[in-house]
Design a protein around this ligand. Sequence first.
Ligand SMILES: Nc1ncnc2c1ncn2[C@@H]1O[C@H](COP(=O)(O)OP(=O)(O)OP(=O)(O)O)[C@@H](O)[C@H]1O
Ligand SMILES: [Mg+2]
Length: 255
Amino acid sequence: MTTITRQPAAAPGPANQPICGAHGLTKVYDTDAGRVVAVDNVSVGIAPGSLTAIMGPSGSGKSTLLHLLAGLDRATAGTAFVGPHVFARMSESQITKVRRDHLGFVFQQFNLLPTLNAEQNIRLPLELAGRKADEEYFRFVVDSLGIADRLTHRPSQLSGGQQQRVAIARALITRPHVVFADEPTGSLDSKAGHALLGYLQRAARDHGQTIIMVTHDPLAVAYASRALILLDGRIVDDIAFPSAQQVMARMAELT
Ligand SMILES: Nc1ncnc2c1ncn2[C@@H]1O[C@H](COP(=O)(O)OP(=O)(O)OP(=O)(O)O)[C@@H](O)[C@H]1O
Ligand SMILES: [Mg+2]
């Protein structure tokens, strides 16, 4: 297996400080059916180089929290931050710049552009940032994810698992300091899922990338250095070096 030859650029903020997180983060949706508090006063700090799993029942606010932490959505109250960048005090264009320079995001529904092929989708964030691809790293990512032979396919010509891996490659290609992934193994078979989780674990442990993933899979949390359990928009458990059994037992209590 190839190794990553370059470390990510220096992370924003000192090493002993959280690389990102939230203070009193709250998101309320007002709908015809009533008021939904999707994220309820969450305060959390994420250590650089950690792999955090966010778990919780369907509708507990995991995707909403991930979007807020990544600056993809605006909070109703409180704020998310990345290094010194406090989103509540920033304009949309300032937040977009932080996202482009420091963050990668894997969407639950992939969000690949249908008119671009796999390779063009993967390279898109580099083009948007006006950055040149590191070809060695591009090959490393597509080889590691097993999609090297599908690069000329459009999303509609790919299986769900292949689309998911293209979406992951797209999030990794800029070597972001923080990668947010919403159920990154949701469409993968168990072999591909474990290969991806091993890859994410090494990216965090050996290369200092910070990974925050939402997952429903208790086996996935065994790769994580921390599990946050969400219920009704609140963090109800924060477990260091979680085991699958521990998390399964806790989830059984909650659902
Ligand atoms: N745009 C929206 N408008 C109104 N309510 C919303 C909106 N987005 C999410 N919600 C509500 O907020 C709550 C949290 O949704 P979210 O998608 O964050 O859950 P989740 O934990 O990711 O669930 P799942 O595991 O099913 O993906 C849900 O009750 C959902 O119905
Ligand atoms: Mg979700």
